[in-house]
Write a protein that binds this ligand. Structure first.
Ligand code: SF4
Length: 195
């Protein structure tokens, strides 16, 4: 069984994007965080933005988001070593910023990752990711989107609560784990279809 408290290895941002200045978060961050986990995984998870790990470079620790995510994955029977986790925004905000501008500026990075990695299944966490990926849906939210499969860039995508929401409201954990089990089933199904 994988260790729920492991720190997943980071994947560096591509050359030319390590010092991205497309939005004002470039003035707040210490570095661009491209993603972590298995870079060749066919399951790609999307969080809103990197957290406190950024300021602990060289002294990594498991933040609340990652710990809850790992816990949910473990309970759902998903191996943390076989997924890739990335972010809508690749820089960690530390103070207020223009959110629509930052999302618009950073979305092409995610789109580029999807084109390069060609994952079979996507999974988004929290309302911010839902809103950013489905701007044409009025008030897109996890509550509305979870429980069924949608499509982004031609790839099936499901949603669940943000791990921090689950941390704040432990009664959500059972729904979180059920959503991750549904994800595992979908992922297994898509892999079988491709064989
Ligand atoms: S959040 Fe994205 S667009 Fe903005 S500076 Fe960071 S990498 Fe660039």
């Amino acid at each position: 069984m994988d260790n729920p408290f492991e720190i997943l290895p980071e994947e560096s941002a591509p050359q030319g994007l390590q010092h991205c200045e497309r939005c004002e978060l470039s003035k707040q961050r210490t570095r661009v965080i491209w993603g972590e986990g298995n870079p060749d995984a066919s399951l790609l998870m999307i969080l809103d933005n990197p957290g406190a790990r950024e300021d602990r470079q060289g002294n990594s620790f498991l933040c609340g988001t990652r710990e809850t995510l790992r816990r949910g994955m473990r309970e759902a029977g998903l191996d943390t070593g076989s997924v890739y986790v990335t972010y809508l925004l690749k820089c960690s905000p530390i103070r207020a910023y223009n959110k629509p501008e930052a999302r618009k500026a950073c979305l092409p990075h995610l789109q580029m990752q999807l084109l390069e990695k060609r994952p079979l299944v996507l999974f988004g966490f929290g309302n911010i990711v839902a809103e950013a990926l489905f701007p044409w849906k009025e008030n897109a939210s996890v509550k509305e989107l979870r429980g069924s499969w949608h499509e982004f860039q031609g790839i099936p995508i499901g949603f669940t609560y943000h791990p921090l929401a689950v941390r704040r409201r432990p009664n959500l954990m059972k729904f979180f784990v059920n959503d991750l089990i549904a994800l595992k089933d979908k992922w297994n199904g898509v892999q079988r279809e491709g064989q």
